[in-house]
Design a protein around this ligand. Structure first.
Ligand SMILES: [Zn+2]
Length: 236
């Protein structure tokens, strides 16, 4: 293992692209030009860097998602991307966090498994299948704008990531016995899309309010369809 002076390969080990001595990354595939076998602690460090801290990106994205609805989507669409966690990565991370929180046995004896917030958790779990449909609804709602379908997809993915995050918060608030705090995530789930729509798409407030109501109704409708349809086919 040559950790002291990592050798400089002439070709990228990943794609074979020719590398100059001063290249830090391969120009073709983006892999680091200088590689060495990681030690155990470097491996742990890399894991923590990428999946827990993400070099501050995760906390930055999380703060924007919670405190400035829509800003993350706007940043992405306006090209400020490297500073944030990518939308799908965010969705999967918070989705996993939410799922794990639902599956964990409740710490409090007063909370039945599958009650309250944990029930609500089923809805966003199913809705993830329905996000492309929801993005289609968004395209109808903003049909006069020259937005691509993919841009609406970023919006709904960010909103769903926020729902996962808030449901997770709700679950842990319930388990901690802090019932008085429960309206906070509920209110945020209900109202965040309104603020996000206005921040991302602009326009008149009454028009945004109307679109917001259709968006939330579609979200619930699509969600219930995706929850109820599989149930109808399950053996009793
Ligand atoms: Zn390469």
């Amino acid at each position: 293992m040559t950790t002291a002076s990592p050798q400089c390969p002439n070709a990228c080990p990943n794609c074979g692209h020719r590398l100059a001595a001063w290249d830090k990354f391969c120009a073709q595939c983006g892999q680091a030009a200088h590689l060495h076998q990681p030690s155990f602690w470097e491996f742990v460090h890399e894991f923590i860097n990428h999946y827990v801290a993400l070099e501050g990106k995760l906390w930055h994205s999380l703060r924007l998602l919670l405190l400035r609805p829509g800003q993350l989507t706007l940043d992405y669409l306006q090209g400020r991307r490297a500073r944030h966690v990518m939308p799908l990565h965010l969705l999967l991370s918070f989705g996993l966090l939410c799922l794990v929180s639902i599956k964990l046995r409740p710490a409090s004896p007063h909370v039945e498994p599958g009650s309250g917030w944990a029930n609500l958790g089923i809805l966003p779990y199913a809705v993830v299948l329905a996000l492309p449909v929801l993005a289609g609804v968004m395209q109808r709602l903003y049909s006069r704008r020259s937005c691509r379908y993919g841009e609406h997809m970023v919006f709904v993915v960010h909103q769903q990531a926020l729902v996962y995050l808030l449901v997770t918060l709700g679950i842990w608030i319930e388990r901690a016995g802090l019932e008085w705090l429960e309206p906070v995530p509920l209110l945020m789930i209900a109202l965040a899309p309104l603020l996000a729509l206005q921040r991302v798409y602009g326009g008149r407030w009454w028009a945004t309010l109307l679109r917001f109501l259709i968006y939330q109704a579609s979200y619930l409708l699509i969600g219930f369809c995706f929850v109820l349809m599989p149930l109808a086919f399950l053996p009793r």
